[in-house]
Design a protein. Structure first.
Ligand SMILES: Nc1ncnc2c1ncn2[C@@H]1O[C@H](COP(=O)(O)OP(=O)(O)OP(=O)(O)O)[C@@H](O)[C@H]1O
Ligand SMILES: O=C(O)C1=C[C@@H](O)[C@@H](O)[C@H](O)C1
Ligand SMILES: [Mg+2]
Length: 196
């Protein structure tokens, strides 16, 4: 029994955890990419706490994101989002899923880059649309043509998300497939530059 334990290979999650070290792992990408769902599962595999910035903003403000946008507008929301991200990046390591616009904001992106390994969950329009059109709690998509709005956001934001350290393609496959690809990507990225 003891022999089996001593010779067991580390799991993908354990290898990724070692590679990550003290850094936070920060998920970025558009609404519906899977930052919250995949982020939570990755945190479990890494044995790290998970936090979602949208939830944290709602907790500290005691308002929903929709109420915040309606009462104070997007600029105030972004300022609050930056403060929350700055605070979260000081602690850790943990897995942090950000709201869709967080990495686009210069200040928030700066804080993320300074203390985190960022990972972009990239998805094409049809995958995103299929996921977000079922619920209507996203203020930026309350437009005449939300699918076109999503396309416009992709056009504007994808060049900025591309600045993330890692990219994993989010698509219509089981979530654990994406989780494993995230863990592999962390290991590959952190092993780069190490002598073989
Ligand atoms: N690989 C996947 N296969 C099927 N469904 C998925 C997959 N990844 C995520 N989903 C589902 O898509 C929906 C949107 O995912 P999620 O809420 O995690 O996106 P998000 O990136 O956090 O979006 P937002 O920026 O709006 O918070 C959820 O219902 C989630 O369960
Ligand atoms: O893409 C965005 O700008 C947003 C995404 C959501 O996660 C929320 O943070 C909010 O609805 C704004
Ligand atoms: Mg989310």
């Amino acid at each position: 029994m003891t022999d089996i334990l001593l010779t067991a290979e580390p799991t993908l999650g354990q290898r990724a955890r070692t590679a990550l070290g003290r850094r936070n792992l920060v998920f970025v990408g558009l609404m519906g990419a899977g930052k919250s769902a995949i982020g939570r599962m990755v945190a479990t595999q890494l044995g790290l706490p998970f936090i979602d910035t949208d939830h944290e903003i709602e907790r500290v403000s005691r308002m929903t994101i929709t109420e915040l946008f309606a009462a104070y507008g997007e600029n105030e929301f972004r300022a609050l989002e930056t403060r929350v991200i700055k605070r979260l990046m000081r602690g850790g390591p943990r897995v942090i899923s950000t709201g869709g616009g967080a990495f686009i904001n210069d200040n928030s992106r700066h804080h993320i880059k300074s203390a985190g390994l960022s990972i972009w969950l990239k998805a094409d329009l049809d995958v995103l649309w299929e996921r977000v059109n079922k619920r209507d709690h996203r203020p930026l998509l309350k437009t005449e043509n939300p699918k076109q709005t999503l396309q416009d956001l992709m056009d504007r934001r994808y060049p900025v998300y591309a600045e993330a350290d890692l990219t994993v393609q989010s698509r219509d496959v089981r979530k654990d497939v994406i989780v494993d690809e995230v863990l592999e990507a962390i290991i590959d990225y952190c092993d780069k530059g190490k002598p073989k």
